[in-house]
Write a protein that binds this ligand. Structure first.
Ligand code: P71
Length: 470
């Protein structure tokens, strides 16, 4: 495989905080990696959101930002890029993905209506529910099985969706949502065949169908690699077809559009676009900038074009695959197949001694930080439990790869750190939650360990030697 199609021009120094400092930092952070100071983090795999490296073309475009309040040239360039790559008619810009989710939910949901979706995403579900909707999971069962090698775990169970719509009545459905590279399942794609079936069904039963198009580029590459008949098509062509199969989409552009901030909703439905434009002035800003500066829109317009560049997407997906292969070699339990943007550790198998009520993924993420300054994210019961409903779902730690940021040496180091924790996994204790925020609790919840937390300073494994940059 060819190396990535870029070289490094600007660098940002990072350093491994001493072990003592890391121990203190995780205690100060309430054993929640979201609450760590970035300066205490060495390799930051918290998220791929807003953490990618800009290209020189994006930086150059930013100089051209038109900061006009209304009628900004940068907005029209953004709209053109979206139309060229995806093809929808209307674009409503927002500050990031959840701004678009808010507008879409407010435009489409009447209280009591249902939003069927493949699994859920935290902010997407929150906004649908705040608008009065009831979220219904219509993912295929393989999505929730970390050991199933199904190539398209982002598929929707079309039979289940049909029964749901028919039983509830189509007026009871606000919209159907399908997420690309299904985040909570491990970054797992949908197939074009499945998308076409969902499109046909939603047409037949006359319900709006929206994508969460975040990470659609990687989804397009998986279609090319795994779905027969697509091997000779370009990622750009597949991306365009994906977009053509939905009434519109919301995007967090902080992922595959390579920007630190930004997002949008796009649609062909005139009435929905009009309603979102009415709402955007209340919550985000004038419809010609949403929550973005002119220079943000310039970077985004260029980022959208780069998101359709096959070699760029291939290099990115290759990094997650590389890290996943290293971890599998080491016998570490991960979600298979490796998805778009991350490797997910299966905390139920990694820490079988910690019951799910004691937050094994949260504890594992804390342990990985203490062991080597590597920051990861809990994606288990803390993120997924809904109110006081019982939760027996996936219990994962996400090692998320920022785009165009880390080298293979960094990934090798990460694998080494995870191996060190794995060697001492029996010593990792469960946690108790001592502060639980009312909304999206995972962001700011605080924990205490139920037993002393190990230091992971194995005598046979000294602080790893740092390799020179490059
Ligand atoms: C990620 C994020 C950022 C995040 C958000 C919430 C909790 C933890 C981390 C954001 C997404 C996403 C999908 C599929 C909408 C959003 C919201 N992901 N849809 O994975 O993955 O976008 O953050 O720009 O508001 O770390 P936003």
């Amino acid at each position: 495989m060819l190396p990535p199609p870029y070289k490094i021009k600007v660098v940002e120094p990072i350093a491994l905080a001493p072990a003592q400092r890391r121990r203190r930092a995780i205690i100060e952070a309430g054993f929640n990696t979201f609450l760590l100071h970035a300066d205490d983090v060495f390799v930051d795999l918290l998220t791929d959101s807003g953490t990618g490296a800009l290209s020189q073309e994006q930086r150059a475009a930013m100089e051209l930002g038109d900061e006009s309040y209304a009628g900004s040239r940068s907005f029209f360039r953004l709209e053109q890029a979206m139309r060229d790559v995806y093809g929808w008619r209307h674009l409503v810009p927002t500050h990031q993905g959840r701004g678009a989710e808010h507008l879409l939910s407010r435009a489409l949901v009447r209280p009591g209506q249902l939003v069927p979706s493949n699994l859920y995403f935290t902010t997407s579900r929150e906004h649908a529910e705040l608008a009065g909707a009831v979220w219904v999971d219509v993912s295929i069962p393989e999505a929730s099985d970390p050991e199933s090698r199904h190539p398209f775990k982002g598929n929707i169970d079309v039979g289940k969706l049909r029964r749901l719509i028919v039983d509830a009545g189509r007026e009871q459905i606000a919209f159907v949502r399908q997420e690309a590279c299904l985040n909570m399942a491990g970054g797992q794609p949908f197939s074009l065949e499945n998308l076409r079936a969902v499109r046909a069904l939603t047409r037949e039963l006359d319900v709006p169908f929206f994508l969460d198009g975040t990470r659609a580029s990687e989804n397009a590459l998986f279609v090319k690699e795994r779905e027969p008949g697509n091997e000779h098509r370009t990622v750009a062509e597949i991306l365009r077809e994906i977009a053509s199969l939905a009434d519109g989409a919301v995007f967090s552009s902080k992922k595959d559009h390579f920007v630190p901030i930004g997002g949008f909703a796009a649609t062909d439905l005139e009435g929905v676009a009009r309603r979102m434009r009415e709402l955007v002035v209340v919550y985000e800003g004038f419809p010609h900038y949403g929550g973005m500066a002119g220079h943000d829109m310039e970077a985004l317009a260029q980022g959208i074009r780069e998101a359709a560049d096959e070699e760029t997407v291939r290099a990115y997906v290759g990094q997650a695959r590389y890290l996943g292969a290293r971890l599998e070699e080491l016998g570490i339990p991960i979600v298979v197949p490796v998805g778009a943007h991350a490797v997910f550790l299966d905390a139920k198998r990694f820490l079988p001694q910690v019951p799910q009520a004691q937050f094994p993924a949260q504890a594992l993420a804390a342990a990985i930080y203490v062991a080597g300054g590597v920051r990861t994210m809990e994606r288990g019961i803390v993120s997924g439990q809904h109110g006081t409903d019982p939760y027996h779902g996936l219990e994962l730690v996400r090692l998320t790869i920022p785009r165009r940021v880390y080298t293979r040496e960094h990934l090798d180091y990460v694998a080494e750190v995870v191996e060190r924790v794995h060697a001492q996994r029996e010593d990792v204790p469960g946690l108790e939650m001592i502060y639980e925020p009312k909304e999206l609790r995972f962001f700011q919840a605080r924990f205490e360990p139920l037993q002393p937390f190990p230091a992971f300073e194995l005598s046979e494994s000294p602080e790893p030697e740092l390799v020179p940059a490059g």
